[in-house]
Design a binder for this molecule. Structure first.
Ligand code: GRF
Length: 214
């Protein structure tokens, strides 16, 4: 069973989806550590409901980004973490820590990358009248939201849909796809080979799911 760390900053609904899947043995791994950079994140409460070991590393208490990253790294090493999941973690980690965890750190992003890296993705989708939206799960590289893509989930944007509805539907597919991908990584079916995502034991060359009926 892989030891998983989940890093959060806010609501933590994805953390809960992962914890729930672990508790139902749908993931061949366990969350042994949750780290939040925000002491008032609701996700901390969710973590406690699942009796998960939780650390708060408040970025405001560190003089530099590297000092903050060093503290995160110290915890990940100390907890012997084998897979780091950034699930709504709103801090950019610097390249030293990212390179140390290369192939062992994944991020969940609410857009069909390379479209809309960064913030406010739902807003951009609506403003641009896009007919599709979705999520990406990718290995983390030093460039923001630009690492090798593992999986994407797509939805169709509805006519006159507002940000709230869109966000809700995006969350729903995140909660389904992220635990599934984490399990695939834990059992070794998905891994990073140099800079390429590899899929083992099947004919999958990419992992794109349409959730058009959602
Ligand atoms: C998710 O939509 C994720 O894609 C984005 O931030 C949101 C976090 O939601 N990076 P939650 O904290 O897991 O509820």
């Amino acid at each position: 069973m892989k030891k998983i760390a989940v890093l959060i900053s806010g609501s933590g609904s994805n953390l809960e989806a992962i914890a729930d899947a672990c508790s139902k043995n749908k993931i061949n791994g366990e969350i042994t550590c949750v780290i939040s950079n925000n002491s008032s994140a609701y996700g901390i409460k969710r973590a406690k409901n699942y009796n998960l070991k939780t650390f708060v590393v408040d970025h405001n208490l560190f003089g530099t980004r590297s000092e903050f990253d060093n503290e995160i790294e110290k915890i990940l090493i100390g907890e012997e973490i084998q897979l780091v999941v950034l699930a709504g973690f709103m801090r950019v980690l610097n390249k030293e820590i990212v390179n140390k965890f290369s192939g062992k750190m994944i991020n969940l992003h609410p857009s069909l990358l390379p479209l809309y890296p960064g913030l406010n993705t739902h807003d951009k989708v609506i403003k641009n009248n896009d007919c599709e939206h979705g999520i990406s799960i990718h290995y983390v590289s030093p460039e923001l939201d630009a690492g090798p893509i593992i999986a994407q989930g797509r939805i169709k944007v509805r006519k006159n849909e507002d940000i709230k509805d869109l966000e809700k539907r995006i969350h729903q597919i995140e909660h389904r796809l992220l635990p599934e991908i984490i399990n695939e990584i834990c059992i070794g079916n998905i891994y990073l080979d140099k800079k390429t995502v590899k899929f083992k034991n099947n004919n999958i060359t990419n992992y794109i799911k349409n959730f058009y009926d959602e």
